[in-house]
Design a protein. Structure first.
Length: 369
């Protein structure tokens, strides 16, 4: 008999599992709470569960998260975890500490099939979707590594599905993992503090709105179809008109009254005055926040990062034109943990031991932060 990994079940899945074993629904809530709220993977330690059930679980079930194979600490306090997800594949997860929050950036796929031209993950190709357990297990393991205590203050207060992969291409597993994050018997996170990022999978955006309306971030990166077709190939299937209409529909049920748009700044590609005017046309009068992120260099890709002064002036210019704009300097760059730098690494050979890239860090620019 192959033991069932209970990490792969949200509350509904656990309820069905226990029903198949003749147990009542409250057992699912008990076990969910032990695993995710208290971080417990030993059935014998789940002391409010009947001994007979614990003995049955020891035979028929396991609680096994993905294993951490490396844990790197950046100069700025960012931590990047590398997880073994089997088959020679590994995925990366990044914890970003800030004064008012602790954010965990979670991966949802081993690799990515969307092939955005500037992104390291896409250049590694696509291996497979992560399971529910492999997604939620990143949060479970990070909590443990960071010393979280169920009775103490949260260390991870926010989760963003902005790591490796396109979350909405792994829709069912992502929704189940989100359910555990939001469940009061799981991590009890607010919908406002859990964000799904998408490159613009329009039908899945509509589905997410109806079944699990968490905060939404959209990878925009260009304000016209010609440029976006080149750097975000998904745009050929769901062009900007279709994408922006889906964003408006999402706001009907969104937990926040705005959508965040991510915009990686590529020197000489998407940072022209024409592009800025296009951004204003797209977002003017809409409930939107624009995150401008100067490109984080990736070996073997031809793109350059605009200098900080230019990036700051672009952000100020958008702000003056009525677009709420924040200029971001990605954390964790010295451990390749910045936006666009996460890689679908292999555990074979020395693929996970490349020398880190370093960049000068600058403070946020007044009026564009």
């Amino acid at each position: 008999m192959v033991a069932t990994n209970l990490f792969d079940f949200d509350a509904a899945g656990l309820t069905a599992f226990f029903a198949e074993h003749g147990e009542k629904p409250f057992r699912a809530r008990q076990v969910l709470r032990w695993i995710h709220r208290f971080g417990q993977c030993d059935f014998n330690a789940m002391t409010d569960i009947a001994k007979s059930l614990r003995e049955k679980l020891l035979i028929e079930a396991v609680v096994v998260p993905p294993a951490i194979v490396s844990d790197k600490l950046s100069d700025d306090g960012t931590r990047k975890f590398l997880f073994d997800v089997g088959g020679g594949n590994a995925v990366e997860t990044v914890y970003i500490p800030e004064d008012d929050r602790g954010t965990l950036c979670v991966s949802t796929q081993a690799g990515c099939a969307l092939d955005c031209s500037f992104c390291s993950t896409g250049k590694q190709g696509f291996s497979r979707n992560l399971t529910v357990g492999e997604i939620i297990g990143q949060l479970w393991q990070a909590n443990r590594a960071l010393g979280a205590d169920a009775k103490g203050e949260r260390i991870i207060s926010n989760v963003v599905l902005m790591g490796m992969g396109e979350p909405l291409a792994n829709f069912d597993n992502v929704v189940a993992a989100l359910s555990i994050m939001l469940d009061d018997h799981g991590y009890g996170l607010s919908r406002r503090r859990v964000t799904v990022s998408t490159s613009g999978m329009v039908p899945q955006m509509d589905r997410l709105k109806d079944v699990m309306p968490v905060a939404l971030a959209v990878s925009l990166h260009a304000s016209n179809d010609a440029v976006r077709d080149e750097i975000v190939p998904l745009n050929k299937k769901y062009p900007l008109k279709s994408l922006m209409a889906a964003c408006q529909r999402y706001l009907v049920k969104a937990p926040r009254d705005f959508i965040t748009f991510e915009y990686v700044m590529l020197d000489g590609i998407n940072d022209s005055e024409e592009e800025l005017e296009g951004i204003v046309r797209l977002l003017s009068g809409k409930y939107a926040i624009m995150n401008m992120i100067p490109y984080n260099s990736v070996p073997d890709l031809p793109y350059r990062r605009p200098d900080w002064a230019k990036a700051a002036e672009i952000a100020r210019s958008l702000h003056r034109r009525g677009i709420l704009t924040k200029l971001r300097n990605s954390a964790g760059q010295d451990v390749d943990g910045g936006c666009g730098q996460l890689r679908a690494r292999s555990l074979k050979g020395d693929a996970a031991t490349e020398a880190p890239l370093r960049f000068e860090r600058r403070p946020p620019t007044p009026g564009a932060q």
